[in-house]
Write a protein that binds this ligand. Structure first.
Ligand code: 8YV
Length: 328
C-alpha cells in the first residue's frame, strides 16, 4: 500500500502552475482567496497539517508553535527570508524549516539597481510630470540627477543578493565596497573590484550609495540606526530591498525630511505595510510595495523550490534548503 500523502496547508494564493503541481503531489489545502490568515487560522492550520507553506506575511512565534500540537513536521517557507518564523523554537519542537534561496537573487538585485537609478535620476518626478500633462518641454537645467558611474556603492551584506548587486553596479561603473560578517575570497573580491570594510561605521561615512542586502536577524536589527545614519554624507542615498527592520525607519524619515540625506529607495518597511506616512510625502524617496522578487519566473521557481523541499522530506530525506538556526 502506498504511504499516505502528506497533508500540506498553503497560507496564500500561489501561481496557478504551482498550486496545480501541489494538488498532484500532496493532500493540499489551498487558500480560496489571497487574504492573510489570522493568528488563530495559522495555529489551526499548523494543528492539522504535516507541512505548512507560509510566506513573509505570516508571523509564526514560539507560542503559536506550542499551541499547534504535534502533527506539524515541516514549515516550507515560500521565500528566502525566514525572519517571520521562530526557527529556533520550531527546531526545538522537532519542526524543520526550509526556504527558497537562490531563485530570488537576480530579480532582487535588478530591483536594487532600479531603485538606485530611480532615486539618483529622479525617475518618479519625471513620470509624475508626464502623467500630469504639465510638461512644458526640454530644459537644460530641469530634472538634473546625479551620474551613478564613479560613485561609491557600499553593500551591507555580501551574500548571494549582495554579490548580484555588486556585479550589476560594477557594470554601471560604480565603485564597489562592502561590509559583511566574513570577508569574501580574494578572487570574488577581484571579480567586482570590491573593497572590504570590517568596520561598518567607517564604510558608511565614505559612501555615496548604501544598499541593504543582509537578512534581518537579531544582530542586524537597526544596523542602520540613528547614530550610523548620521554618519552618512548628506549627498548619500540609501536603498533597501532586504528587510525594513535593518534600518531605523523613523530616524531615516527624520533625516530625509531635514535634508540630511539626498534620498532613499525602499522596497521594504519596518512595520510591513504600515509605511511611515511622512515618507510618502517626500519627492526624493521612491517607495515600492515589497516587489523586489516579484517576477512571474521568480514566483514559479519559488514554488518549485517549495515543492522540492516538501517532496524530498516526504521521501525521508533532509530538505535541500533546510534553514539551520544560527547560520541564518
Ligand atoms: C518574497 C522576500 O517576495 O524571499 C524573500 O525573502 O523578501 C521576497 O522576495 C517574500 O519573502 C515571499 O514570502
Amino acid at each position: 500500500m502506498p504511504a499516505p500523502r502528506l497533508s500540506v496547508v498553503v497560507t496564500r494564493r500561489l501561481p496557478e502552475v504551482v498550486e496545480t503541481r501541489m494538488k498532484e503531489l500532496f493532500d493540499v489545502e489551498l487558500r480560496p482567496d489571497d487574504t492573510r490568515m489570522t493568528r488563530e487560522e495559522l495555529v489551526s492550520a499548523m494543528g492539522r497539517a504535516d507541512v505548512l507553506v507560509p510566506c513573509v506575511t505570516d508571523h509564526i512565534d514560539a507560542s503559536m508553535l506550542a499551541q499547534a500540537g504535534e502533527r506539524l513536521k515541516l514549515i516550507a517557507n515560500y521565500g528566502a527570508g525566514v525572519d517571520h518564523v521562530d526557527v529556533t523554537s520550531a527546531r526545538q519542537r522537532g519542526v524543520l524549516v526550509s526556504n527558497t534561496p537562490g531563485v530570488v537573487t537576480e530579480d532582487t538585485a535588478d530591483m536594487t539597481m532600479a531603485l538606485i537609478l530611480a532615486v539618483t535620476r529622479r525617475i518618479p518626478e519625471g513620470l509624475a510630470v508626464m502623467q500630469s500633462g504639465e510638461w512644458g518641454g526640454w530644459s537644460p537645467t530641469a530634472y538634473l540627477g546625479g551620474r551613478i558611474g564613479g560613485r561609491r556603492l557600499g553593500i551591507l551584506g555580501m551574500g548571494r543578493i549582495g554579490q548580484a548587486v555588486a556585479r550589476r553596479a560594477a557594470a554601471f561603473g560604480m565603485q564597489i565596497h562592502y561590509h559583511n560578517r566574513r570577508r569574501l575570497r580574494p578572487e570574488v573580491e577581484q571579480e567586482f573590484g570590491a573593497t572590504y570594510w570590517e568596520s561598518l561605521d567607517q564604510m558608511v561615512s565614505r559612501m555615496d550609495v548604501i544598499s541593504v542586502n543582509c537578512p534581518h536577524t537579531p544582530s542586524t536589527f537597526h544596523l542602520l540606526n540613528a547614530r550610523r545614519l548620521k554618519m552618512l554624507k548628506p549627498e548619500a542615498v540609501v536603498v533597501n530591498t532586504s528587510r525594513g527592520e535593518v534600518i531605523d525607519e523613523n530616524a531615516l524619515t527624520r533625516m530625509l525630511r531635514a535634508g540630511e540625506l539626498a534620498g532613499a529607495g525602499l522596497d521594504v518597511f519596518e512595520r510591513g505595510a504600515e509605511v511611515n506616512p511622512r515618507l510618502r510625502a517626500l519627492p526624493n524617496v521612491v517607495l515600492l510595495p515589497h516587489m523586489g522578487s516579484a517576477t512571474v519566473e521568480g514566483r514559479v521557481e519559488m514554488g518549485e523550490k517549495v515543492i522540492i523541499n516538501i517532496k524530498t522530506f516526504a521521501d525521508g530525506h533532509r530538505p535541500p534548503d533546510l534553514v539551520v538556526p544560527g547560520l541564518m
